[in-house]
Design a protein around this ligand. Sequence first.
Ligand code: HAM
Length: 415
Amino acid sequence: MYQAPRGTSDILPQEQAYWRYLEQKTANICQLYGYERIDAPAFEDTRLFSRSVGEGTDIVEKEMYTFEDRGGNKITLRPEGTAPVCRAYVEHGMHNLAQPVKLYYLASIFRYERPQAGRFRQHHQFGYEAIGDDDPALDAEVIDMAWQFFRSLNLRHLSLNLNSIGCKTCRPEYLIALKDYYADYIDDLCADCKTRLARNPLRLLDCKKRSCQPISDSAPRSIDYLCPQCAEHFKQLQRYLGLLELPFEVNHRLVRGLDYYTRTVFEIQPETERAQSTLGGGGRYDGLIEELGGKPTPAIGFAVGIERIISNLKKYNVPVPALPRAQVFIAYVGDEVKDEAIKLASRLRQAGIGVIEAIGSKSLKAQLRQANTIGVQHTVIIGDQELKTATVILRDMTNAQQEAVPLTRLEERLR
Ligand code: HAM
């Protein structure tokens, strides 16, 4: 028996209402904030991700689905959505458009992770990127959009964590302070953190191991090392968030798992849960476009995991609208009228009425049972007798009431 690969799942018909609902909600919020959709390929040149996400990150070191294609090119299934959008921005000369360019995507994301609740090897993200301005008002708008998106889904009791991790001018000094601090605790650190100390000291701060927590709690804070420009940027951002009445908390341990971030980083998660249940995260990446060969171009963005949103919608019993489905079943009695049933089904569909047709040669009773199981509102029954008088029987499936309806009036009656 074949099974879906570990960490992946089928999105079955009964789940689709959530997905269509979220597609619609994401399109709505993007329209409100002026974002347009972009769809990038599911795979890219491996170097795009190793350069942007960063060589020392878990994603690049352990989680990428990388292979050589038949032409000998090194290819990676996208492990995140920001780098492809930035690649597209540069490739299509979008710096010539009015800035900031605002783009959003709904995309499948591939990471070779250890599957567990809320963590998959293929998941889906709704993400958006505002490229071309470093005004902290844009940061505030991006954060506000994330917050309002969750509100539009009736997901409440969320917390908004915020931090600034500085820029290439002030970060180095902070990293030195961080390394000095952790060096004193080297014997108490977990194995991963020992490696991080050498390779990616910023990530020491968000280690989830219990033994490392007290050490990280008292670690130097990036906001104390910001250069005057970054400090002012962060101050203004907080002022704008106050204007927008967003209940943020500055969390000096928030650093994010991708290397491209500068200045603002933020995450949104359920109030009562741990960091592993983060619904979405994002931040500024002012050096990324240049790193990918474009002009120096500041940018900021955010992404949420669709599966995690759906599991929260379910957990809090947030209702989603049912999908429209065919509401008419056509049953027929006797092989002679089958041709008529086929023609009638086609005619109704062309008139925009969704129809499920009895297929095969079942008894009328079996056909009605099928209609009932499917859950249609009406069944149209055609028999010999009806054919002669150009009428059909219309059965209301909710109360089993039946009436004869002239074929010429059927369409109007069903509407
Ligand atoms: P990220 O934090 O790696 O950020 O992923 C964003 C969200 O995707 C997470 O908060 C989580 O909800 C979901 N997610 C991540 N990994 C998994 C997984 N294995 N299974 C299920 N859900 C997952 C980024 O990817 C950045 N590109 C976000 C961004 C956009 N930054 C700037 N612009």
